[in-house]
Design a protein around this ligand. Structure first.
Ligand SMILES: NC(=O)c1ccc[n+]([C@@H]2O[C@H](COP(=O)([O-])OP(=O)(O)OC[C@H]3O[C@@H](n4cnc5c(N)ncnc54)[C@H](OP(=O)(O)O)[C@@H]3O)[C@@H](O)[C@H]2O)c1
Length: 253
């Protein structure tokens, strides 16, 4: 049984990741900013899941959340740095506040959470970090999400150096790159968006949170103990087509 902290584990992908670990028999702590949502999320998980309220963009919150997770579960073996926001904002009308919120949550939040977790993860002797990045930024672009894409690509720059820095302490640091995954946050983008995305995915469906949970379980499991600084794309093949015709084989003549 391992101790697992999932930031942004109170809904969407993070809650799916938390459920995956809880169903595997691990002790899970979920973190988010909304207390009622965090309490409800933990209550719905199998086993004795715990919740802690915290804002990953604040260094003091990250330190407190990690300390609470360690106190309640007896240590920390796995950190899933998943908390993130994805408001759309065209470049020409993007306010500094919108830019700051996305950078503070997605990029600084990842760095601050991992930094706060280093000592307990090292003490575990088998520390694992799995960062939730995205295909948007590292592999693709999307009009309206330039700030978001920048943070998701930056998470990988951070991951590679952190993986090197933490390797001597037995900690691996990897990232999952989800495509479009059915979550409360994605639903807020509307049915039209979901349908357009579904038609762009070669496997013909929007991803489910379980698809991302399995990737996190793999990257933090014994089968991945020699993998660090790497990315795992989980997108139903969405980034594969070279153009709109790539779905159909061309018949000669
Ligand atoms: N859904 C997709 O298709 C998709 C695709 C690629 C990547 N991703 C990435 O996957 C992650 C989760 O996305 P999602 O779709 O599951 O989002 P979501 O449904 O909106 O859930 C986001 C979670 O993060 C928490 N959160 C947000 N800001 C936080 C902060 N400052 N501090 C602590 N917790 C915070 C939220 O709780 P509170 O609001 O209570 O704080 C909630 O638990 C994000 O990093 C996102 O970029 C999602």
């Amino acid at each position: 049984m391992r101790s697992v902290l999932v930031t942004g584990g109170t809904r969407g992908i993070g809650l799916g990741i938390a459920r995956g670990f809880a169903e595997a028999g691990d002790r899970v702590v979920v973190c988010g900013r909304d207390e009622a949502r965090a309490r409800e999320a933990a209550r719905g998980l199998p086993g004795a899941a715990e919740w802690v309220v915290g804002d990953v963009s604040r260094a003091d919150d990250c330190a407190r959340v990690v300390a609470e997770a360690v106190r309640r579960t007896g240590g920390l073996d796995v950190l899933c740095a998943n908390a993130g926001v994805f408001p759309s904002s065209p470049l020409t009308s993007m306010s500094q506040d919108e830019l700051d919120e996305v950078i503070d949550t997605n990029l600084k939040g990842t760095v601050l959470t991992v930094r706060a977790a280093v000592e307990p993860l090292a003490a575990s002797g088998r520390g694992r970090v799995v960062i939730t990045s995205s295909i948007t930024g590292p592999l693709t672009g999307y009009a309206g999400w330039s700030h978001y894409g920048a943070t998701k690509a930056a998470q990988l720059g951070f991951m590679r150096s952190a993986a090197l820095e933490l390797a001597p302490r037995g900690i691996t640091v990897n990232a999952v790159l989800p495509g479009n995954v059915r979550t409360e946050g994605l639903a807020e983008l509307g049915e039209d968006y979901l349908e357009r995305m579904r038609s762009a995915i070669p496997l013909g469906r929007i991803g489910e949170v379980d698809d991302i949970a399995s990737a996190c379980l793999f990257l933090s499991g014994p089968g991945a103990s020699f993998i660090t600084g790497q990315t795992l794309v989980v997108d139903g093949g969405q980034v594969l087509p070279a153009d709109g015709w790539a779905f159909e084989p061309r018949v000669p003549g």
